[in-house]
Design a protein around this ligand. Structure first.
Ligand code: PA5
Length: 437
């Protein structure tokens, strides 16, 4: 269960930060439950934990994951945005499980060097490909898929390649769906009612994670437990409180939220969170700008700005109560570094004091500090965190008065890129742009 603590933010919140928002929160929760709000057709993720656990797709996902493990040492996961961030976030946080393949990620940029780096990283090892795209027309993954398909065909022949390609795509529409049908790739679904950034608990995230040996049942059961907790609305609901606190701080001009973690392996989770909140709330000239830091490393870089820069920030710390392993600080004769007072203490204890000290310093410096605590880095707790943030984001978007489930702004760069690349149908835009270059 995710717990929210506001001790270091309380001084910044107006008296009615929660009471003044209870009606709006109730309304938002009802919209999420019934799909009756803006973008309601994309609230299928709300019931996803139980739908996935009881559905027909999960056994298929597990069977395919087993096959991938038997045929390959590496799975190249091709996708961008919501079609890769969730899987990468969980993979980097939890790591590879027993018998799992290594995941390499491609198609999330247009960098030649990055793509060649993935090819080099595969080396002579056997590999399979999971191409993930709801639309099937997104340029970055489509280009990368061409490259890896060619590579697979050269190495394994056309029939062999077909056996190693897994396509996760839209149910009926979409270019990738048609290609998968035609070529006979094994196909998995991105449900219609689930948008990219809310799709980690569908085959989009579950297939690569299962192939990597991650405990996907644990992930889903953790998400389900969190869903059951959050389904009970009211003042004690941690997602309601988080959404209300964010909204109250935003109204006071705190329009940048810095998500901080003390686990370096949380870095990609922060990227997932940035997409979730950035794409859901950043529209119509509104929205909190989601930023991220990794402590304690970033206390030696971004820490300066957070302590003393523009006071437009608030900070949300994701804190894992227990580390998975234990390590004590060794004793050192001579005490050259002056740290002998720490000898024998656990590194986790040192980390906790750093976290408490930082929260106090940042709050003293004018940065409200919210804390989200989970027990440990585990599949269950990760599932709980994913669901907590998705649910809080849906509530938060409705409090802000936007549709949290669309992303109209993402199209602008695509149109210009296609025009500059000379895609048929974009001739007029191309003329306009060339005049500006
Ligand atoms: O959240 C979203 O909807 C986006 O980030 C998409 O996932 C991303 O643009 C990739 O789209 P597609 O899956 O159609 O390739």
């Amino acid at each position: 269960m995710v717990r929210l603590e506001l001790k270091r933010a309380a001084g910044f919140l107006p008296e009615d930060w929660l009471s003044g928002r209870l009606d709006a929160l109730k309304d938002a929760a009802e919209k999420l439950r019934t799909g009756s709000g803006a973008g309601g057709a994309f609230t299928g993720w709300v019931t996803l934990p139980e739908d996935a656990l009881n559905g027909e797709e999960l056994p298929r996902v597990k069977a395919a994951a087993k096959r991938i493990q038997e045929q390959s040492k590496v799975l190249v996961v091709i996708g961008i945005g919501g079609s890769y961030l969730g899987a990468r976030a969980v993979y980097e946080l939890l790591g590879k499980g027993e018998g799992g393949v290594e995941l390499l990620f491609a198609g999330n940029s247009l960098s030649t060097d990055d793509l060649m780096g993935v090819i080099r990283a595969i080396g002579g090892r056997d590999f399979s490909v999971n191409v993930i795209s709801k639309s099937g027309t997104t340029t970055e993954p489509a280009v990368a898929f061409r490259v890896f398909k060619e590579l697979l065909e050269k190495r394994y022949g056309k029939a062999g390649a077909r056996e190693r390609i897994y396509a996760t795509t839209d149910g009926e529409r979409g270019a990738l769906c048609a290609a998968a049908e035609q070529e006979g790739y094994e196909r998995f679904l991105v449900p219609d009612a689930v948008g990219g950034r809310y799709s980690v608990l569908t085959a989009v995230g579950l297939l690569p994670l299962a192939a990597a040996g991650v405990d996907v049942d644990g992930l889903l059961s953790g998400a389900l437990a969190e869903r059951n907790v959050l389904a009970v609305g009211g003042e004690d609901n941690a997602a309601w409180r988080y959404a209300a606190a964010r909204s109250a701080l935003y109204e006071q001009g705190k329009n940048i939220e810095v998500l901080a973690s003390y686990e370096p392996s949380f870095r990609m989770f922060t990227e997932w969170w940035k997409q979730l909140f950035g794409e859901s709330e950043g529209k119509e000239g509104k929205g909190i700008f989601p930023a991220g830091v990794s402590y304690t490393a970033d206390l030696h870089s971004m820490g300066q700005y957070i302590q003393e820069g523009r006071r437009a920030l608030f900070e949300t710390v994701v804190w894992f109560e227990r580390s998975r392993e234990t390590l004590a600080v060794p004793s050192q004769p001579g005490n050259a570094d002056g740290l002998e007072f720490l000898a024998g203490k656990s590194l986790s204890f040192v980390q906790e004091q750093a976290m408490e000290g930082t929260a106090l310093a940042h709050a003293d410096g004018g940065v409200p500090n919210l804390r989200l605590t989970v027990e440990a880095v585990s599949a269950q707790q990760t599932g709980a965190l994913l669901y907590f943030f998705e649910y809080a984001c849906g509530l938060s978007g409705y409090l802000l008065g936007v549709n949290p489930f669309d992303q109209p702004g993402v199209e602008a760069y695509k149109k210009n890129m296609f025009a500059l690349l000379g895609k048929p149908g974009y001739e007029q835009r191309r003329e306009e742009l060339l005049g500006k270059l």
